[in-house]
Design a protein around this ligand. Sequence first.
Ligand code: THU
Length: 136
Amino acid sequence: MPSFTADELLQQSRDVAERAYAPYSEFRVGAVVVDEHGMSYAGVNVENAAYGSGQCAEASAIGGAVSAGAGRIKAIAVSSPNAAPCWPCGNCRQILREFDVETVIVEGADGSALELPLGDLLPNSFGPEDLKGAGT
Ligand code: THU
């Protein structure tokens, strides 16, 4: 079963970023998630002429992982040839929160892998367990 280091996941995200569909912003982003079995799933940002219909790389990677039947998602690596670090946007942090992703890996200015707990990027967050009181 494959398993990857933070540097390897970051490299995978750099590689897939080349496939980003970003004709409007020209800001290419690649994301790679790894699940509990050590399997990785990649995604890129996919823009749209109706700008608001575009999708971030993190959302693409999560969608691919869920579609493929991945196990629990443990970590995500995000990178862009246009910015280091390339931090996940607020909406993507919430998407990662839904799946209890533990670790976010981004590329430091010197190219090294920076690892942070998602809780540092989205403290005091709202998640699935907060809906438990609904309908009572
Ligand atoms: N983008 C991502 O793919 N992920 C982020 O977390 C930040 C922004 C994309 C969206 C858009 O296609 C481009 O970067 C510029 O915002």
